[in-house]
Design a protein around this ligand. Sequence first.
Ligand code: NAD
Length: 346
Amino acid sequence: MRVLVTGHRGYLGTVMVPVLQQAGHDVIGLDNGYFADCVLGPAPRDPADIRTDLRDITGDQLAGFDAVIHLAALSNDPLGSLDPLLTYDINHHAATRLARLARDAGVARFLYASTCSVYGAAGDGLVTEDAPLRPLTPYAESKVRVEDDVAELADADFTPVFLRNATAFGFSPRLRADIVLNNLVGHAVLTGDVRVLSDGTPWRPLVHARDIAAAFSTCLTAPADVVTARAYNVGTEANNLTVAEIAGAVVDAVSGSRLVITGENGPDPRSYRVDFARARNELGFVADWSIPAGATELHQAYTAYGLTDSDFAQRFTRLPQLQRLRDAGLVDARLRVARAQIPAIP
Ligand SMILES: NC(=O)c1ccc[n+]([C@@H]2O[C@H](COP(=O)([O-])OP(=O)(O)OC[C@H]3O[C@@H](n4cnc5c(N)ncnc54)[C@H](O)[C@@H]3O)[C@@H](O)[C@H]2O)c1
């Protein structure tokens, strides 16, 4: 299939593109490059791409694709809360517009990167895809709105699918330090402390970036009548852990590190345990990566590639990286890129 992957130069996209290529797909990217040079280790081989802001894509640019995988977004809660209107602009309006243009251009399949955080404060029970959605942040709310709007576009020729990913972990050449396991392993390697800023009790479902890539690859070719306008939780029940349990796995993986639960951020209302049976039963999808395996992988990568304090806190953390781009005049207040390509900031 000829597949357009938006956000291909992000954390998940950089892992997903080779997985799709190995499955035989012809992949083209679309990304405005906020994190293009935020690389740890050898530089990834990016595919050919369309260099445009998502908000400016045209129907002509979408003609000829069999599928669109839509990852590009302001992609976590802190970023989403920076400027909620901007979050809705990029994450909701531009995403819905992309889906409509894709359908009108004859693209048959649209895979959307949603999130398990649409469930919000869900308590201790396992939530299925049919649970009420209680988004707690503009980021999560934007994901709900896209699912609602794009589901309405489904017809015999257009198959949208919503993949509600658990919180990702694992090594990507375009690393992110602002997701829980990657963050805790980084602190352990850099300081010897595994610092938990909440009280450690919230539940978090986790999934490896490569498992997410495999789920998208599976959904590209799954029967349209099964998956159309359907939501799938992506992860595994084995990785529904409390933050304190995740931290414990990090202490085990990074020898000499110690657990510090500061509680300084107070209670965290975002807590949910997720049921992943639908993807197992309908798609045959099983997420393989465990938390201990992911913590060990990250420890090895951080050590081998020489992770530094400043890169960890800045280039690999989304909010400060975007603030650096703004301060350097490389993006404007609406996060539009000022030049054809964002140069590396020293
Ligand atoms: N990482 C996670 O834990 C996780 C969990 C659930 C869902 N998701 C979703 O998966 C998707 C990818 O996440 P990620 O972790 O790779 O995020 P990321 O921030 O690493 O990458 C997003 C990419 O989108 C690009 N982008 C953003 N706005 C754009 C615009 N206006 N025009 C063109 N490109 C733009 C950025 O340059 C970046 O490369 C997102 O939609 C995110 O919400 C991520």
